[in-house]
Ligand binder design. Sequence first.
Ligand code: SF4
Ligand code: SF4
Length: 79
Amino acid sequence: MKLSEKRVVFNEGICKSCGLCVHICPTNVIFLADYLNGNGYRPAAVVDQGNCISCGKCSQVCPDSVISVFRPVKILQTV
Ligand code: SF4
Ligand code: SF4
């Protein structure tokens, strides 16, 4: 999957593994990875980008501004 196709991007190096984003996600697509980041925390990640609805709740709740959410847009052509 290319970066432009992702709806949620985590700056995993600064995640502190608090789990708030995991609990608030309405589609349960966020999990904590089974490896550690450079600070010794299990970083959050999205397991299924296709089921993310770009609601932005994970980004709003994250205390460390780890998460960026993108919304797909339709490009209208004018003639
Ligand atoms: S934007 Fe919404 S649906 Fe997508 S991962 Fe975040 S909380 Fe879940
Ligand atoms: S809310 Fe932020 S700091 Fe907490 S687990 Fe999610 S991404 Fe990491």
